[in-house]
Design a protein around this ligand. Structure first.
Ligand SMILES: [Zn+2]
Length: 407
């Protein structure tokens, strides 16, 4: 059983300990100590980071886990420590202290949601950048409600209330009734009760700051519905709140700076750009239709007439998607036409609906049987590709095949 020094004093950033066991795990090493200041991952709080150092070795701790036996996993430099050897434990204090601030902030935020809206917390997780809680709120959550909760939570933060921890082998009934959340049967004594007088009483195995003031600031940054009843709230506290807001601010100012008009608010500028994009899109479509009309006219002038059907065939530089859009436009507007177009490794055959002529699908099959490749289509439109022959040659084959059908 590893002695958990972080429960005696959550602010112990350094301590001595003895090695009990070590294990190799891939490139890493795992160490069991007689006592530790490293918090093992659990209850939504991530595990601690830091250094375990001794004579001739040093372990950079990346992961800590376990309940009774707490194992420290990390990268080893130097020799493998031996059983019974003394070591020095040094926490990444900034990481841990910020986790304590986020964790205590969570107690306050959850307590206010419960107090003002009877909304219980069903989940909690600290990430490196932000934290999330899940609350059981059956209605439609709004920013108005969330900001009111946040305002009350910050009042509690700035009231400088003590955060007290007491350990019980058996919970007194009076205390049990005051718990924000019922105690699960799975929790075995000793039971740690974390309270903020007048605000919150909750069993918790994490690490917390001594006073609510140390949380600094609670800021909800985002919320959304997770399921029918559950809402996810993302929030930040302490220095991570400043860092998070700075990231958003720099994103905001850089985005505004990219705008042709740099006057706030940004949302107005974005709406202007979207409107402009819509106008440009309309203009582009009109120009394309005009271009298509000219192109269609030129192609129709060059069309070959076979038994009263106008046959247009040409080599196209544009990609297949654009070529197809144009030929469909062309045959739709010009009765009695068939269009054969070949581009870089593709062909598109299209026929006006009313033309009494061959199926484009059959024509394509005939052509592919000579030049290779694959494809398919319908009576009036067929596409193929995957042949090795150049477009001019494929087109020649297609014209001859169509001539056979019409001739
Ligand atoms: Zn806690």
């Amino acid at each position: 059983m590893t002695e958990r020094l972080f429960y005696r004093n959550a602010y112990l950033w350094e301590a001595g300990a003895k090695v009990e066991r070590t294990e190799r795990k891939g490139k890493n090493v795992r160490v069991l100590l007689d006592r530790t200041i490293f918090y093992p991952e659990g209850g939504g709080q991530p595990s601690d980071r830091g250094i375990i150092a001794g004579e001739g070795f040093r372990i950079t701790v990346e992961r800590v886990e376990g309940k009774d036996e707490i194992w420290h996993e990390g990268r080893l430099e130097g020799r493998l420590p031996e059983q019974g050897e003394p070591v020095r434990l040094i926490l990444d204090a900034e990481w841990r202290y910020e986790n304590m601030r986020q964790h205590t902030g969570q107690h306050i935020l959850s307590a206010v949601f419960k107090d003002l809206h009877d909304a219980g917390t069903t989940g909690f997780q600290i990430f490196a950048e932000y934290n999330k809680i899940e609350i059981d709120y059956p209605g439609e959550l709004t920013w108005e409600t969330v900001l009111e909760v946040e305002r009350r939570a910050n009042e509690i933060v700035w009231s400088d209330l003590p955060v007290e921890v007491e350990v019980y082998d058996e919970l007194p009934d009076e205390l049990r009734q005051r718990l924000r959340k019922g105690l699960s049967d799975k929790v075995k004594p000793p039971i740690r009760i974390v309270s903020i007088p007048g605000v919150d009483v909750i069993p918790c195995g994490g690490t917390h700051v001594r006073s609510t003031r140390e949380v600094g600031l609670i800021k909800v940054v985002r919320f959304y519905r997770k399921s029918r009843k559950l809402w996810r709230i993302e929030f930040v506290a302490g220095n991570r709140a400043i860092r998070y807001l700075n990231d958003i601010l720099s994103d905001y100012w850089e985005s505004l700076d990219e705008m042709p008009n740099k006057n706030r608010p940004l949302v107005e500028r974005v709406r202007e750009l979207r409107e402009e994009m819509g106008e440009l899109e309309d203009e582009k479509n009109a120009l394309r239709r005009e271009l298509w009309d000219w192109k269609a006219r030129a192609l129709l002038d060059d069309a070959e007439e076979i038994n009263g059907i106008r046959v247009i065939s040409y080599v196209e530089d544009a990609p297949m998607k654009d070529a197809q859009a144009f030929v469909v436009h062309l045959v739709d507007r010009n009765p009695g036409t068939i269009v054969l177009v070949a581009g870089e490794n593709y062909v598109v055959f299209a026929r006006n609906r009313e033309v009494k002529g061959p199926s484009m699908k059959d024509l394509l099959e005939k052509v592919l049987s000579e030049v290779g490749g694959g494809g398919g289509g319908s009576e009036i439109l067929a596409r193929g590709g995957g042949f090795k022959a150049p477009p001019e040659e494929v087109l020649k084959v297609a014209r001859r095949a169509l001539g056979d059908y019409l001739g």
